[in-house]
Design a protein around this ligand. Structure first.
Ligand SMILES: [Zn+2]
Length: 253
């Protein structure tokens, strides 16, 4: 039962069978295999294992800063080279428990946490969600989409759009070159791998856009999205992710 719920390849195709399975199998905790009373629940004993990002954060990329940092302070990398996005925020610091949420979503196709993830991401994005004209998911190349059958960033953007009442535009960003998997690549390799691979539609001109993705790892994907949006004339580019790597040892995801 657990294996079916946690999703194998068949589960990824969100057809009639998988929707029926949602009805047949009881909801389980997002962080364990315990049965819970409704979807999207985390037991109190595991709740404290999630590390929600909180101030002080780099005003630009959202990296945690020392306690004495003030509003508007930025981290060293942002001061030495401003990213193409105006701000990036994340709901969770990436740790073993956030990793499970992310992998269940992106590799397992597990959707029952989307509503709660959207609430967390709305809080993290704050006023930058309120000022956005629309949300744009980080894109996946069509060949990868054909194999996986879903883009987890689009699921998150759709859920955040529903939670906030903002429109979302899945076609605002497209991936025009297939890249290698980012897993195992260093920050500079990730930048090279994703550079020039993303294009923005003409509809972004003059708009304030909130890019949505699952994880901020090195920032290479969001940087490529933001550059494409700037090139197409976007007025402001903000980003929000479910989780953010804060320890370099967590980059290999
Ligand atoms: Zn920063």
């Amino acid at each position: 039962m657990t294996q079916s719920y946690r999703a194998g390849p068949g589960f990824r195709k969100r057809g009639v069978i998988s929707r029926l399975s949602d009805l047949i199998w009881p909801p389980r905790s997002l962080l364990s295999d315990e049965i819970v009373d409704r979807p999207g629940v985390i037991e109190p004993t595991l709740w404290g294992e999630l590390k929600f990002m909180s101030e002080p954060l780099c005003a630009c990329c959202g990296f945690p800063l020392p306690d004495h940092a003030g509003p508007g302070d930025q981290c060293g990398p942002c001061l030495s080279g401003k990213p193409a996005f105006d701000t990036a925020r994340a709901a969770l610091a990436y740790n073993d428990h956030a990793r499970r949420l992310v992998l269940d979503l992106k590799r397992g196709g597990r959707r029952d946490g989307l509503q709660v993830f959207a609430r967390w991401m709305a809080t993290a994005a704050g006023e930058n969600l309120a000022r956005a004209d629309f949300l744009a998911p980080a894109p996946m190349h069509w060949t990868r989409l054909a194999v996986r059958s879903f883009n987890q960033a689009a699921w998150l953007a759709e859920a955040l759009a529903k939670a906030s009442g903002k429109p979302w535009k899945p076609g605002a960003l497209t991936r025009v070159k297939r890249r290698k998997s980012q897993a195992g690549l260093s920050a500079s390799e990730r930048r090279r791998n994703v550079g020039g691979a993303i294009k923005a539609s003409a509809g972004v001109k003059g708009k304030t856009i909130l890019v949505v993705d699952d994880v901020f790892t090195t920032g290479a994907t969001l940087e490529a999205c933001a550059r494409a949006l700037r090139k197409a004339g976007a007025a402001e580019v903000h980003a929000v992710t479910l989780a953010r790597v804060v320890r370099s040892t967590d980059i290999l995801i």
